[in-house]
Design a protein around this ligand. Structure first.
Ligand code: ADP
Ligand code: MG
Length: 350
């Protein structure tokens, strides 16, 4: 099922929850809607589902204008962050719910429903648990059951609103890999909402980065990460340092002279330099680079983050050094000179 969103807007008093959103989703695509809290992700999902009417714009399911259709008429599957399983029903009854609620003419027979439930229990890898109640399941298992319930009606589109948001970090990672594999089997057109960039990058065919009700950038995970369209996307999709300066004769420098970087082919003028903390290394060169004073070091699981004060920059600059034997982190107070293994430059607009 293809999905086309055309000029969708939705206002609440004092806030544009959606602001002229346009998006085309191919059949079978898994799209991640990525943005901070309040950027309009849930509103967009609810508009697609038919739980909320947009002020303006249209939702097309394939050729069909679905803007005025109800949730049921749209035949979408929905999973929320908080387990919305019926507590008084077994897992099997939860999964069967959508099929049993169909009007008689379209309702499968009991035997067909039972077969479909078995099939879905296999798909979510919980074949033995049909007789359990939701309270007897782990958080991750509950979300898999919620997914099976959403899939039972064979929806045209699957809508997932931070489905793993309430789970602990390790289970989240397992479940997103599992969901990716499941998607490869089912080929279900899917919109997956998350505020977690790692989840979006690892899971999606394409990532839609949202900001204040607008789409800031759409692209494959590689494209979004490698070529962010704005400093906002750069900062949201991965960690990053931004430095204001200017480019003259193929060289970027900050006004205070703390940073000088080669910027071959970059247009002259005021720019923002974007530097990933792990794309830097110490250098012995004494004429260029990033020169700063070590403020602090922070231990992380697989590296050490070194915070530097650079010239007049208000924000500490971050370098992620690999945590390798025999390479001690620098001491606070010392001077450090880094070179950039990769730098990106964007024109400064505002
Ligand atoms: P997200 O899911 O990205 O966190 P939402 O779509 O929930 O964002 O919200 C987008 C914006 O719309 C926020 O500023 C939010 O406060 C506002 N908003 C959402 N729903 C309502 C509502 N029912 N009434 C008023 N404001 C709302
Ligand atoms: Mg939300």
């Amino acid at each position: 099922m293809q999905l086309h969103l055309r000029g969708l807007s939705k206002r609440y008093p004092g806030v544009a929850a959606l602001d002229t959103v346009d998006l085309d989703i191919a059949s079978g695509e898994l799209i991640a809607l990525l943005g901070p809290s309040g950027s309009g992700k849930t509103t967009l999902l609810r508009v697609v589902a038919g739980l909320l009417s947009p002020d303006t714009g249209r939702v097309l399911f394939g050729e069909r204008d679905a803007t005025r259709l109800s949730l049921r008429e749209r035949n979408v599957g929905f999973v929320f962050q908080h387990y919305a399983l019926f507590r008084h029903m077994t897992v099997a009854d939860n999964i069967a719910f959508g099929l049993r609620c169909r009007p008689r003419a379209r309702r499968p027979t009991r035997a067909e429903i039972a077969r479909r439930v078995e099939e879905l229990l296999g798909l979510i890898q919980l074949p033995e648990l049909g007789g359990r109640y939701p309270d007897q399941l782990s958080g991750g298992q509950k979300q898999r059951v919620a997914l099976a319930r959403a899939l039972a009606i064979d929806p045209g589109v699957l809508l997932l609103d931070e489905p793993f948001g309430a789970l602990d970090a390790k289970v989240r990672v397992e479940l997103r890999r599992w969901l990716r594999k499941l998607h490869e089997r089912t080929g279900q057109t899917t919109l997956f909402v998350t505020h977690d960039q790692e989840e979006a990058l690892e899971l999606a065919d394409r990532v839609v980065v949202m900001r204040q009700g607008r789409i800031e950038q759409v692209g494959t995970p590689d494209a979004i990460y490698a070529a962010p369209a704005s400093a906002y996307v750069f900062g949201f999709v991965g960690r990053g340092n931004t430095l204001e300066g200017s480019v003259r004769d193929g060289v970027f420098s900050t006004r205070d002279g703390a940073v000088t970087l080669p910027a071959p082919g970059c247009e002259e003028g005021d720019v923002v330099a974007l530097l990933r903390p792990h794309e830097l290394q110490p250098t012995d060169a004494d004429d260029a680079g990033i020169v700063g004073t070590v403020l602090a070091t922070r231990r992380r699981a697989d590296r050490i983050t070194v915070e530097l004060a650079l010239g007049e920059a208000a924000q500490p600059f971050e370098w992620d050094m690999a945590d390798l034997p025999g390479v001690p982190p620098p001491l606070p107070g010392g001077q450090l000179r880094l070179q950039a293994l990769r730098a990106r430059f964007l024109p400064r607009t505002a």
